[in-house]
Structures are given as C-alpha cells and as structure tokens.
Design a protein around this ligand. Sequence first.
Ligand code: F0G
Length: 392
Amino acid sequence: MITMKRGPNHYLECIGCSTRFKPTQIYTCPKCGNLLQIGYNYQSIRRGFIASIRKPGPISVWRYKNILPSSSRNAVSLGEGGTGLSPSVRLSDRLGIDEVYFKNEGQNPTGSFKDRGMTVAITRAVELGAKTVVCASTGNTSASMAAYAARAGLKAVVLIPAGKITKGKLLQAIVHGARINQVSGNFDAALEKARRMAQSGKLYLVNSLNPYRIEGQKTLAFEIWEQLQHTIPNAIIVPVGNAGNISAIWKGFWELRKLGITNRTPRMIGVQASGAAPIAVAYAKGESQVVPWKHPETSASAIRIGAPASWKKALRAVRNSGGTMLTVSDNEISRAQRLLANHEGIFAEPASSASVAGLAKAAKLRLIKPHERVVCVITGHGLKDQQAITIR
Ligand code: F0G
C-alpha cells in the first residue's frame, strides 16, 4: 500500500509507477526515475475554480490560482498570460479551413510562453527558500528565468549550448543579470549538466521537467476555453522541443474535463522540425519508447533537441487526445514564418512558425477538416531571432 502524503492542496505523482509524494524538492520519481506531475483533490478544488472563472476580469495565469500549486499571494509575477487569440483572416482562406486562431504567446513579458511556467516555478523556488535557480536552455527559458529571478532577487545560472542560441535571447539573460555558462555540445548536454548541478539541492532547477513549470503553462488551455466562449476547439497545434509545453496544454484541457467543466478535449497535434524529430519518428512507428537523437539539426534553434525530457508525457498527450505528431522541414518553417507575418501581421520566431507549417501540412493531409476549429500556438516573438530573416 502506498501512503499518500499530500501538501496543502497538491501532491506529486510519478507518471510511471503512480506513487504519490509530498511536494518536496524532487524532480523525478525516487523509485523508478520517471517524471512527476502535480495532482490535486479535484473534488475539493472544483468549487473555487468554477467561482474564479465566473468572475469578470482579465484572463491571466494567476486568474486560475485555485488550480495552481503555489499561493498567488506570494506570486512572482510580471503580468504573464492573457495573450491574444487572434482569428485568422487570410491564412484560413488560403488553407481552406473555416476557423483558425493564433494564440500569440509572443505577447508575454519576455516574449515567449515560458513566462507562464516561470511565474509558478520561481514562486515555488521562493517558497522553498532557494537562493539560486538554474536551467539549461535553447534561449527562451533562460531569458524568462533570468527575468523572474531578477524580480524575485534570486541568483540565476543559465547553461546554454555554446554558439547555438540566438543573440536576442542571450542578450535577455545577460541584461537580467544571469550567470551564463556555455556548454560544449547541444541542449541535451546542457540539460544533463543542469540536472547534475541541481542534485545537491542547492540550486533549484526550473526546466520543464520541473512539474511546477507545467502547472503554469497549462493555463494556456483555460484561456483558450474562455476566449472561445467556453468551447473546446477541435485541434491544437504546438511546436515540440523538450515536449513540456504540449504536455502542459494537454493537462489543462484534461483538467477541464476532469472537473466536469467540459466533456470534450481537443486533438493535440505536435510539430517537430524534421532534423530534430525523435518523438514524431517514434510516434509514426507506433513505438512506446523514444530513442534520443545524438545530433539534432534545424535552423529553428529553440527546438533543436534530440533527447526531449518530457517525451513520455507528450506521447500520452498525443495518443490520449486522438491527435498526431508531424514533422516539417526548415524550408517549410521559414515559408510559414513569412506567411504568418505577411498574411496575419504576426511575427513569430522559427520554432513558433513550425506550428503554422504543421497547420499547412495537416490541412493538406486532411488531418484537419475544412469545417473544423483549430488553434495554432505561436510560442515566441520573431524579434528574438533576427538572424533568421534575410532581407531581400
Ligand atoms: N517554441 C519556442 C519558441 C521554444 O523556445 C520552445 C522551447 C518550444 C517551442 C518547444 O517547447 O520544449 O516545451 O516542447 N524552448 C526551450 C528553451 C527548450 O530552452 O527555451 P517544449
């Protein structure tokens, strides 16, 4: 018999062996090594959550405080979430799909969706009494962590693959005062090192394998549901790198159903760059394990990842939602970036444009039907990667 030890209103649960743990500073299951997720007594939080979403007022991450693991009173916040959901005007016509929306995460304080997770993770770091936070990053996580750590008065240590992140993102980490540690090799080597550094317990790791990050990022699902007048779209298209975000968004929709607020969930469609696609390849082969790629390569540097930490959560999200995984080439990504900018007025960085390239592919393959309603998640702002644009 497993003894359930529960914190004030949440617990940690292993996604492999389902053992539950008290919310202490652990990132993986001490028994079997799998990742953890945060669970609640859904019965007891239901009323509070429903009351909070009935209240008028702007959407934001902390609007959903009744289903977040940290206290909003301590929130280290820069005003994250509440991003626009813009209906497609011209691209939807071109692709022959009636209703396409762009959830524009570039509007977050540091210009990417990472801020949703970071406000919760850094709040948690403060609650735990951490003095220093650490992350490995392809750029956006480090920019976000550095900003929130600055806000909270914490030291920030950033591990980046040497020479492989964009100048704009590096600049953000520097200006917010993070200590930059360049690691030879790719993101996967940097994450390995960050995990080792956090083992001593002195540094608090805020990569998306930390389940508190996932909790913040799941709020994107709640916002979409509110912005679509309390309806669930048919499909959500998300670029996938380390695979935390697709797992988080799925958890948000899953929780809406679990709480009895909706009776449907959307199909989760994950998009990887074809040069860095270990999850999409495993999915296509119907495999239950993801084999890491040693040398991932794509010009969408944010998703140049060969050993995604949250692969198991992501595969479950895709399979349990009836979704799929797609790959897109670097050419398709850069074409989608231009299309989005030229047709919709949204400037997205290459990794973010992968969701639009995925939309075009899904429409062509008839994975999305003309009458369906679909949301593309635009994960980060185009100004972060200025080298991606060649001026003709
Ligand atoms: N889009 C952008 C702009 C990203 O920065 C990332 C990940 C993703 C998509 C993929 O999200 O990893 O949760 O599947 N960036 C991380 C970073 C890895 O370090 O900034 P994911």
